[in-house]
Design a protein around this ligand. Structure first.
Ligand SMILES: [Zn+2]
Length: 132
């Protein structure tokens, strides 16, 4: 769900003696086409986006690499490296059946702290991962 706040300013149309106040209403935003709207019924979640008419308007777009949590990634890498000699990313990826084509840099840096991951370039210029 993507409730979103819309700030609407209602003009009284008066000559300035009427108070103008911002009124906040909840609206929705389509994840697919970014269309934003205010529903007629506030409590019911819309079935489809009124613009692109997609029913997955509030389903965040999935991509396989981000579907995995860091914790799962860390445990997987740790398990593979504990059981093996130093491995390249491709070997780790193949063994662990990881969906990522490339390691997430932020996660790799966290692994260096969390499980004392080391990445060393060998004599052939190939980067090998191992645990210290
Ligand atoms: Zn839409």
């Amino acid at each position: 769900m993507t409730p979103r706040q819309e700030h609407l300013e209602w003009s009284s149309g008066g000559e300035g003696d009427m108070a103008r106040v911002p009124i906040t209403v909840m609206g929705w935003r389509c994840e697919l086409c970014s269309y934003e709207w205010i529903p007629e019924v506030q409590d019911a979640e819309p079935k489809v986006c009124p613009k692109c008419e997609s029913s997955s308007w509030n389903r965040p777009r999935k991509n396989s690499a981000s579907a995995m949590t860091y914790e799962a990634f860390r445990d997987t890498i740790e398990g593979v490296l504990k059981a093996n000699k130093p491995l390249t990313w491709t070997e780790i990826r193949t063994q662990a059946k990881l969906p990522q084509m490339f390691p997430n840099n932020k996660w790799v840096h966290r692994l260096e702290d969390d499980i004392r991951l080391k990445r060393n370039r060998d004599a052939h210029g190939i980067i090998k991962w191992r645990l210290e």
